[in-house]
Design a protein around this ligand. Structure first.
Ligand SMILES: *Cc1c(COP(=O)(O)O)cnc(C)c1O
Length: 375
């Protein structure tokens, strides 16, 4: 058997007719830039995130950049964030001339450890940028409290977490002042190319974002800000509207798959060799990734490859040790929990259409690798 890490073709086959119809409608209209579909998707995403405003943009990376720009963050400013994330989280900060200040993670959930943040806040700190990694919300309550005490902003990197909820039932993206999403094809709501969205409850920030994404302008040839071309395509929005109708069903399938993996690994007595992701009772973890911590991870990775089982490593090198950030002056062992996660983490296939026999095949192979007790 072959088990791909992600198979977008199965999903496409199920919605192909609707997608082709949506493409035709946009082509027939010849309206490609900032039309009714972008507006429609913005309305639907705002409602989905239980928040007032949403602004469609060109990617998740640009969502982060524009969120920081909208707050006027730049040279001399500091933004506290996690080193255990995709590069865009911190590169967006650095691109604006501000300094990413890395705070280590809570090993149990892979997200920024709120207990370590207070010590890193200075008079230059303008924002905290937590990442809802793998589809689970960061521990937001203490982060929001700290930010309120210090009168600094919280920007949520919710690229992997559309539809996730924290333990108070609050949707990812709706808790901070700005929330950033990505429609990169591998995210839970993936487009047919690049795309992103910023949500906010603040209408003046929403106006600023509308301008920043479109040459600093909200009326033709009047530019009140220095913006750029960060627009979401009409075609992309039309296709995302189709896919959004199935998101909750796909998310439920991801959750079911995660529960099934955990049950199977427990049945085989493998839960000590593979630390399994938590299935938090009072939260909605949307499992963009199912990430275990594996002993002998790199050996296991080679073994899975030999069995044609797709898998990936998120993330092999934490951001504080990346060459592009060497000027920040971090060194090995500075952020030990992130470095340990980078050595142990292994993502297994979790996409909605993954079948039960495929999951059993993955679990069987891992059991064989560790020589665990047979089922
Ligand atoms: C995917 C991702 C981004 C960037 O999104 P793009 O649409 O690829 O630019 C940012 N942060 C995190 C955590 C991501 O997973």
């Amino acid at each position: 058997m072959q088990v791909p890490f992600l198979d977008l073709k199965v999903q496409y086959a199920a919605i192909k007719d609707e997608i082709r119809r949506a493409i035709d409608e946009v082509c027939d209209s010849q309206q490609f830039i900032l039309g009714s579909r972008v507006r429609g998707l913005e309305d639907e995403i705002a409602r989905y995130c239980t928040i007032r405003h949403a602004v469609g943009v060109s990617s998740g990376t640009d969502a982060l950049l524009l969120a920081l720009m909208a707050l006027g963050i730049g040279r001399g400013d500091e933004v506290v964030t996690t080193p255990y994330t995709f590069i865009a989280t911190a590169a967006s900060i650095a691109r604006l001339g501000a300094r990413p200040v890395f705070v280590d993670i809570d090993p149990a959930r892979f997200t920024i450890d709120p207990k370590l943040i207070a010590d890193r806040i200075t008079e230059r700190t303008r924002a905290i940028l937590p990442v809802h990694l793998f589809g689970r919300c960061a521990e937001m309550e203490p982060i929001l409290k700290l930010a309120a005490e210090h009168k600094i902003a919280v920007i949520e990197d919710a690229a992997q977490a559309l539809g996730a909820e924290d333990e108070h039932g609050r949707r990812a993206g709706s808790m901070g002042v700005l929330g950033c999403f990505s429609f990169y094809p591998t995210k839970n709501l993936g487009g047919f190319g690049d795309g992103g969205m910023i949500v906010t409850g603040d209408s003046s920030l929403a106006t600023t974002l509308l301008a920043l994404r479109n040459q600093g302008s909200t009326s033709k040839y009047r530019h009140f800000l220095m913006g750029g071309n960060f627009r979401l395509d009409e075609l992309q929005a039309a296709l995302l509207i189709v896919k959004l109708q199935s998101l909750d069903q796909w998310t439920q399938q991801r959750i079911n798959n995660a529960e099934r993996y955990n049950a199977l690994f427990h049945e085989r007595g493998l839960e000590h060799l593979l630390r399994l992701p938590e299935l938090p009772k009072n939260e909605r973890h949307v499992f963009n990734q199912y990430v275990v911590r594996a002993s002998r991870r790199d050996e296991l990775s080679r073994f899975l490859k030999s069995r044609t089982i797709g898998h990936d490593i998120y993330y092999p090198l934490p951001l504080h040790l990346q060459a592009c950030f060497k000027d920040l002056g971090y060194k090995e062992n500075d952020l030990a929990a992130s470095e340990q996660a980078a050595r142990e983490a292994l993502a297994l296939p979790i996409y909605p259409e993954l079948t039960v026999p495929m999951q059993e095949y993955v679990v069987d192979a891992i059991q064989e690798f560790y020589g665990g007790r047979s089922s």
